[in-house]
Design a protein around this ligand. Structure first.
Ligand SMILES: Cc1cc2nc3c(=O)[nH]c(=O)nc-3n(C[C@H](O)[C@H](O)[C@H](O)COP(=O)(O)OP(=O)(O)OC[C@H]3O[C@@H](n4cnc5c(N)ncnc54)[C@H](O)[C@@H]3O)c2cc1C
Length: 319
């Protein structure tokens, strides 16, 4: 019987493992993909907005070439942390069901079944893209994850969305030779776009090098074109690829299946104690970005590393 099972080997799941080990708890971290699977799936050229010291976990120093590390440096760092801290991790193992059995939990993955006194859900938000639910979304030219600009050279690309990832993708593909059109539901680029990036996208749109349709929705995707509903009516655009940067959401069905309740707010924020991160289900804790529900920019590595300490303090006090 484990004291705690940590679901998700992202930065925060790893931080939880480190704290569990410090407290002498019998723990295991499980991830359905590779180590720090979400970061692995980020755009290849991404640079973090945080400086490397703010991404450190377990007091292991993170030294990067510039003050803000890139994806490759972060992957190297978290691999080093997992190795030097000798963390107990099972990778490529997806947790499918969690059941309460008397005083403990039974956790079944596609590979095994475990029993644990408590559970930490540090499952992030990067696995479920918001679907547009329009005809043609299933075509291979439609992508909800973006890795690099090269495939889009001299291609007619529609970027859907106006938050940070959509803006980054529009600028990067434009600079690598794509013909970019943004389709934006709102009337402007999102307020939350990084302040040092905003003037760049606004100026590219103003000068016409990136085209943008605001207050508009893509309504149909076909092999060679897309249909867009604009304030001036329906238009058709020639198109090779649709990069739907529409955002992602946490795995609510897993939380619901364990009995976690949610605030009645627009973000479907899960209910948990701010002091201990324990949810309304005794023994089930929430850590990292999953704590924000649909407000996926509320918690990030910088400000949620601390969850690991409060959770493991509470588990160790109770055990
Ligand atoms: C482009 C980009 C740039 C960013 N830059 C920064 C930055 O500069 N600074 C910062 O602080 N934050 C940044 N963030 C946010 C940060 O990456 C996330 O906040 C962070 O990854 C959250 O960590 P986490 O451990 O909570 O979740 P994640 O890193 O998402 O980890 C969740 C893990 O759970 C696993 N998982 C999910 N379901 C299951 C299951 N059923 N069974 C087993 N495993 C499962 C997933 O495979 C994944 O590995 C950025 C995000 C993006 C998209």
């Amino acid at each position: 019987m484990l004291d705690v099972i940590i679901i998700g080997a992202g930065p925060i799941g790893l931080a939880c493992g480190i704290e569990a080990k410090k407290k002498g708890l019998n723990y295991l971290i499980i991830d359905k993909g590779c180590l720090v699977n979400s970061i692995y799936n980020y755009p290849l050229n991404m640079t973090f907005f945080s400086t490397s010291d703010k991404l450190e976990i377990g007091n292991v120093p993170f030294i990067s070439h510039g003050s803000k590390p890139n994806r490759f440096e972060a992957l190297e760092y978290y691999r080093r942390v997992a190795a030097t801290q000798e963390l107990e991790i099972r990778l490529y193992e997806k947790v499918e069901t969690i059941n309460k059995e008397g005083e403990h939990f039974s956790i079944s993955s596609n590979k095994s079944t475990y029993k644990a006194k408590s559970i930490v859900l540090s499952t992030g938000f990067y696995d479920y893209p918001y679907m547009m639910n329009i005809p043609g979304e299933e075509l291979p030219k439609v992508r909800h994850y973006y890795d690099e600009p090269h495939p889009y050279f001299r291609q007619k690309v529609v970027v859907v969305g106006a938050a940070n990832s959509a803006v980054d993708v529009a600028l990067e593909t434009y600079r690598k030779g794509a013909d970019v059109t943004m389709v934006v539901r709102e009337s402007d680029i999102r307020e939350s776009v990084k302040y040092w990036v905003r003037p760049d996208i606004e100026n590219r749109i103003k000068e016409g090098s990136i085209k943008a349709y605001f207050n508009s929705d893509i309504t149909k995707i076909e092999e060679l074109k897309v249909t867009v509903k604009t304030p001036d009516g329906l238009i058709e655009l020639e198109n090779d690829f649709v990069l739907a940067m529409t955002g992602y959401k946490p795995n609510f069905s897993m939380m619901e299946s364990i009995g976690i309740s949610f605030h009645n707010d627009e973000y479907k924020t899960p209910i948990y104690s701010e002091a201990t991160n324990e949810s309304n289900v005794p023994g089930v804790y929430l850590a990292g970005v999953v704590c924000g529900g649909l407000k996926t920019n509320k918690w990030f590595i910088e400000n949620s590393r601390i969850h690991a300490v409060s959770i493991m303090d509470d588990i160790s006090k109770k055990s």
